[in-house]
Structure formats: structure tokens, C-alpha cells
Design a protein around this ligand. Structure first.
Ligand SMILES: [Zn+2]
Length: 444
């Protein structure tokens, strides 16, 4: 009996030793912490990560380094939460062309790696996905991802032949619905797949395509809410934004761009708790800057993730001429300005806002565009601190994942960025990336 007992305790001790060895522990120390909660930055901070989650965070003077931990010295550096993009698109683009045939595991993972290298640690793929996305998402959620986390809207909703089905490579990608019965069937499919959000495109594309009828939007919103899934809408016009919000829409996936937002929209959004989920200012910028030689084409922070072929094509005179000959081309800079003004108006009025760039389609560059988006938000008049929170804590809140993501607090995943300069001084300092971690894994 005594021997058995001793053997039992030996086995137990060995098991504990093995368990503590297998727990991967990392300590980051010496940096200034910007934790995403809105608290002032903490200089001389430290953070303990165990198995991908934050186990402890605080002043380095109180740090107890766990035995066997890997210690990473970050003196003079700044640490912020990973960026959460609430409006991106995965898988369809290769080079400057979009085609659903491109939607392969290799392409999706290549894009997730690009996002990760730019500190974008979560992305919501908004309405252009195929079934493969659910498999990759399930694999991520079963363990600790080393690539950018996927959230998905599956397939979004538009009218028959509605926007964006006319965009090259988009036919057959969203649901084109013509009746409430079709809406109900599609929502049941999406709910079965446990999509993270549902997407509507409500746009006539400057008069080129028929908009989805409002009554079908009502059916989408009501059915989605029965399954406790939020709905975000691509909108362009103020009138559409207001009517959808009054129906219970949860988030605008773009800024209003046809005219200044008014008191009616502001009060509807505040009363209903609707968000400007994704201002997508970078998307507006992309509609005109490549008609010409733009300074970003020589920015190493951009070119490091873009092939020579793509750079050459962006500079091709034929492509530039094609962009500039769009009859609506002269309006595009004005749409950006309107989007920026409307973001500032909504923010000043106390409407909640998140973060999204609409990166992923051709010439809307994943990773790089999220940093451009932050710069354009600051240019719109938002403080760096508010831009940072939109891109981290607020985005997590809109997604309903604040328990796990968005701030650097005990218990949350260690999704974070190490910067060499302070992003609160200048939002463009988010580009001084030295390291990125996702679930405690260092991204290479
Ligand atoms: Zn989009």
C-alpha cells in the first residue's frame, strides 16, 4: 500500500513537472503600456503571457518572473493591443484581380499572414466568403492561432443583380434575394454556420444597379436578430442609413458619403445603439490615388508586402487612364472628405464608432490600409487615443468579443504589437512595428 501511494505521488509529481514545462510562458518587460482601456500609458510596464493569454500585467517593479519563462526586454518600446479590422475581405484577390476561384486555403492564409505582419490581429471578412472560411475559423478556435483571427459574415445579401454583383469577380458571391422566403432560407444557413455578423449591401452604385428593397432588409434584420446575430450594412446614402437604423440595423459598414449626416440619423443611431462600425476612409482614398503617381508607391512600409508585378501594374499608363476615365472619378475625393466629416460629426455627437478599412479587394491593400485608415481618422479630427481605441477595444466590443480581445488585461489573449515609437504622439507611429504577437505566438 505504502509503495503504491509513493508511486502514485511520484507519478503526480512527474505529471505536474511535465505540465509546467509544457506551459509556454513569456515575459515582456520594460516597455510603455497602452492597454486600450483608455487609462494613461504606463511606463516601465511588464506583462506575463501563459499559453497565449495574459496572466499578469503591471509595473515592472512588481513583476515576478515565472520559472522557465522566456524574457523579452523591450526597453524604450511601446506595446498596444492588436488591431481589429471590422471590415475586410479575404481570399478572392490575387495581384490586382478578383475571382472566387482564388478562394483557396493557401490564398486565405497568405493574406492572414500579411495582415498579421502589419499588426492586424483580427479581421472580419464581410460578406464575400466561401465555405472553406468556416473550416479555417474552426481550426483557429480549436487552438491558439498563429495567424490573424478570422471572423466572418459568410455570404452577404444584395438584390438580384444588385451591387456588388457587377464588380469583376463578384457575381455569385453574395446572396441575391428577391423574397422574404429566400431571406429566411439564407439566414437559416448562415445561423447554422454561426457567422459572426450578417452583411447587407444597400447601394445603387451611383445609379448603376437596383438597390435591395427595404422590406427585404427588414426581414434580414429581424431574422438575424432572432438568432442573436448583428447586422452591418454597406450604405452610401444618408437616407438609406437612417431607414436601416430605424429598422434595427446594428452597424454601418461605411461612412455616409452623399451628404452631411443630420440630426435624424444621429438621434436614431443613439436611440437604437447603432454604431458606425467601419468608417472605411481608406477605401475612399483607393478610388482615386492610383490614377497617378502617389507617394505611398515608394513607401517601404507599403512596398514590403506588394509584388513587383503589382507595383508595375499600378504604374501602368493604361490602368491609370482607365481609372481617370470613370465618369464619376472627379467625385471620389469629395466622397472621402464627406466620409471624414461625417465620422467626426458622429463621433462628436456621441455615436459609437469602430474601425474598418475595407481592405482585400484589388488595390485595397491588406495590412497597409489599416494604418492608412488610422491616419485618415486622425486627419478627420479624431485624437490618436480615440483612433487607437476604435481599432482595438471598441472594435472588440462591436463584435461582442471583449472578454477575449481588444485590450491588454489579465485573462485576455495576448494579441499585441510592439512599436518603437509612441502612437499617442502621432498615429503614424503605429507603422514602427517591431514585433507582433497573436495568442502569445510571435508572428514572423
Ligand atoms: Zn467591403
Amino acid at each position: 500500500m505504502a509503495l503504491q501511494k509513493r508511486l502514485f505521488f511520484h507519478t503526480l509529481a512527474a505529471w505536474f513537472a511535465a505540465a509546467s514545462l509544457s506551459a509556454e510562458t513569456k515575459v515582456l518587460r520594460g516597455f510603455t503600456l497602452i492597454d486600450g482601456t483608455g487609462k494613461p500609458p504606463l511606463a516601465g510596464a511588464a506583462l506575463v503571457i501563459a499559453d497565449g493569454r495574459i496572466r499578469w500585467v503591471g509595473a515592472e517593479s512588481q513583476l515576478k518572473v515565472p520559472a522557465g519563462a522566456e524574457v523579452i526586454e523591450l526597453r524604450g518600446k511601446f506595446v498596444m493591443p492588436g488591431i481589429i479590422n471590422l471590415h475586410g475581405h479575404l481570399g478572392n484577390t490575387v495581384g490586382l484581380a478578383q475571382d472566387p476561384k482564388n478562394f483557396t486555403r493557401a490564398n486565405v492564409e497568405r493574406q492572414l499572414r500579411t495582415y498579421a505582419s502589419y499588426g492586424v490581429t483580427s479581421v472580419v471578412s464581410l460578406g464575400t466568403d466561401q465555405d472553406l472560411i468556416y473550416q479555417i475559423r474552426a481550426e483557429q478556435r480549436a487552438g491558439r492561432p498563429a495567424l490573424t483571427r478570422i471572423f466572418t459574415a459568410g455570404r452577404g445579401f444584395t438584390n438580384r443583380n444588385g451591387y456588388p454583383t457587377s464588380v469583376p469577380g463578384m457575381k455569385g458571391v453574395p446572396y441575391e434575394v428577391g423574397s422574404v422566403a429566400e431571406v429566411e432560407k439564407a439566414i437559416a444557413e448562415l445561423a447554422d454556420r454561426k457567422v459572426d455578423v450578417i452583411k447587407i449591401w444597400m447601394d445603387d452604385h451611383l445609379g448603376r444597379e437596383p438597390k435591395i428593397p427595404m422590406e427585404l432588409c427588414r426581414a434580414i434584420i429581424e431574422n438575424a436578430h432572432k438568432h442573436r446575430i448583428k447586422v452591418a450594412a454597406h450604405i452610401f446614402y444618408l437616407e438609406d442609413a437612417r431607414r436601416l437604423v430605424e429598422m434595427g440595423l446594428d452597424g454601418l459598414a461605411h461612412s455616409v458619403r452623399d451628404q452631411p449626416v443630420d440630426a435624424a440619423l444621429i438621434s436614431a443611431m443613439k436611440q437604437r445603439g447603432a454604431w458606425l462600425a467601419a468608417p472605411t476612409l481608406a477605401r475612399e482614398l483607393s478610388t482615386f490615388i492610383y490614377a497617378d503617381e502617389h507617394p505611398s508607391l515608394r513607401d517601404p512600409f507599403f512596398t514590403r508586402s506588394v509584388s513587383e508585378d503589382v507595383l508595375r501594374e499600378l504604374r501602368s499608363p493604361e490602368r491609370r487612364k482607365r481609372i481617370a476615365s470613370d465618369p464619376d472619378f472627379p467625385k471620389y475625393p469629395g466622397f472621402l472628405k464627406q466620409a471624414q466629416d461625417n465620422l467626426k460629426r458622429l463621433a462628436d455627437a456621441g455615436v459609437r464608432f469602430g474601425f474598418g478599412s475595407d481592405s482585400g479587394p484589388p488595390a485595397r491593400f491588406q495590412g497597409y490600409f489599416e494604418h492608412v485608415e488610422m491616419e485618415l481618422m486622425a486627419e478627420a479630427g479624431l485624437k490618436s487615443a480615440d483612433v487607437l481605441r476604435a481599432a482595438t477595444a471598441y472594435a472588440a466590443e462591436f463584435l461582442g468579443v471583449s472578454r477575449d480581445l481588444g485590450t491588454l488585461e489579465v485573462g485576455k489573449w495576448a494579441d499585441l504589437i510592439v512599436l518603437s515609437r509612441n502612437p499617442l504622439d502621432d498615429i503614424r507611429n503605429t507603422r514602427t512595428i517591431e514585433m507582433v504577437f497573436i495568442a502569445g505566438h510571435r508572428v514572423h
